[in-house]
Ligand binder design. Structure first.
Ligand code: PLP
Length: 453
């Protein structure tokens, strides 16, 4: 590595996120230089098929000029304005109206922020604000799930169940509780059907609520498909049973659609795929195809009316971000939604999904692969030491990382979450590109297997 190369300067000056800092200091990383469709190219000119769409987010790939033009046009017209003190601008009005019109359940209003974390963080604050407003100030606890992911702010990461993001950060906050990870393949008992497993998950949730005291439990946060936990699709009947428990104890439900929203699961919303009836919906990522940082939190009218009453009592609604509802981000999001409609992005996902899922499923015959499962264009592939007994590899072997590295050598970007390999390619991926992705993945698996066997 040359002393003044980009890689050396990267090591010298930059703290990378979610990275093993000690090994990064030795090896450096990969700097991406440009994008074209579902491909990205690094500084050395090497081409990669981006099977994660970055961070589950670049839904329209890496070269959609219309989004750059929408940003440029808005920057020329009104590059910044806020939405504090009853002021605002047309792009935020248009986007809010559009989102409410397409919401997966009856929603009343939208709050804009810059990231999925902030949307969920705002939701946590509103859960508390709402219960104070309606005279139930004891309802403060929020239940998330082990391996769930809702963001990295202090509160959102506390609802998340990702041990490595909590340990030594003195988190989670004490009012955040966690119920089971509904990962059927790994955690079902021998002979237990998906439905029986889902019943057990819902029963454990109910037990947690009863242990904590139903009068103290305010909300439940869940992703329709767990992303950061490893692209884990819920077992059959899971959501139906969980929602029945939430209704029984009058617990608000936030559907975290940050990954699933805008076509990922083969419907516009994961909530539609799994028949969810949330009180709040958070979304980000594909909202702007990730070309601009923007997120939205949608709330139902019951929550909104309580907020109006509370703000009347206090004199204002004391919440907001300088860049929340940024006009450039709103303009890019509006153009993104226009492109989804014009190109029937949901129809496209439905069309390419069977080849994507069947191709990954076929890899279950590979000696490293125990299970492959997904929906739409999101899937997780579980690597197993012994698939007959469902015995995982020892974590210290870092087999997931080995496979990820071998894939990268082959020209494929995937993500290892422990020993699960996650796939969420850009939604625009073609059937031929899916086949190329599967071929490169097999190449990566074979290369890892030749190291391990
Ligand atoms: N919620 C889910 C389901 C996510 O996957 C993520 C990020 O991956 C977030 C929230 C946090 O979003 P952000 O990284 O934009 O803060």
């Amino acid at each position: 590595m040359l002393a003044n190369s980009a890689h050396a300067r990267d090591i010298a000056y930059h703290v990378h996120q979610q990275t093993d800092l000690a090994s990064f200091r030795e090896t450096g990383g990969t700097l991406m230089a440009r994008g074209d469709g579902v491909y990205v190219y690094d500084e050395g000119g090497k081409k990669y098929l981006e099977a994660m769409a970055g961070l589950w987010c670049a839904s329209l790939g890496f070269s959609e000029k219309r989004l750059a033009e929408a940003a440029y046009k808005q920057m020329l017209q009104l590059p910044y304005y806020h939405t504090f003190f009853a002021k605002g601008h047309l792009p935020s009005v248009d986007l809010a109206e559009r989102l409410i019109g397409m919401a997966p359940a009856p929603m009343s209003k939208v709050l804009f922020q810059c990231s999925g974390s902030e949307a969920n963080d705002a939701a946590i604050k509103l859960v508390w604000y709402y219960h104070n407003a309606i005279g139930k100030p004891l309802k403060k606890k929020i239940i998330g799930r082990v391996r769930g992911y809702h963001g990295n702010t202090v509160a959102a990461v506390s609802v998340s169940g990702q041990p490595h993001m909590l340990t030594d950060f003195d988190l989670p906050l004490p009012m955040m509780k966690h119920t089971d990870n509904p990962h059927y393949y790994r955690f079902h008992h021998d002979g237990e059907t998906e439905e029986q497993f889902a019943t057990r998950m819902a029963q454990n949730l109910e037990n947690l609520i009863l242990d904590e005291g139903p009068d103290t439990v305010a909300a439940f946060f869940g992703e329709p498909v767990q992303g950061g936990g490893g692209a884990i699709t819920p077992p059959a009947t899971y959501w139906e049973k969980v929602q029945a428990v939430l209704r029984k104890y009058d617990i608000l439900f936030l559907a975290d659609e940050v990954i699933c929203g805008f076509g990922r699961t083969g419907n516009m919303w994961g909530s539609q795929t799994y028949n969810l009836q949330p009180d709040m919906v958070s979304c980000a990522k594909a909202l702007s195809a990730s070309y601009q940082p923007i997120s939205a939190l949608m709330i139902n009218d019951r929550i909104y009316q309580a907020m109006v009453a509370e703000s009347a009592k206090l004199g204002t609604f004391g919440h907001g971000f300088t860049y929340g509802g940024h006009p450039v981000a709103c303009a890019v999001a509006l153009e993104t939604l226009k492109i989804y409609a014009e190109r029937d992005i949901v129809g496209h996902v439905k069309q390419v999904s069977p080849g994507f899922l069947a191709g990954l499923k076929a890899l279950e015959e590979h000696p490293l692969v125990g299970n492959a499962r997904g929906v739409g264009l999101i899937a997780g592939v579980e690597l197993m030491a012994d698939k007959r007994t469902r015995e995982p590899f020892a974590p210290a072997m870092k087999v997931g990382n080995l496979v990820m590295d071998k894939c990268q050598e082959a020209g494929l970007v995937v993500r290892a979450i422990g020993d699960r390999i996650a796939f969420t390619p850009p939604l625009i991926i073609s059937a031929d590109e899916v086949q190329e992705m599967l071929r490169l993945f097999r190449q990566g698996l074979d290369a890892a297997w030749s190291v391990l066997r």
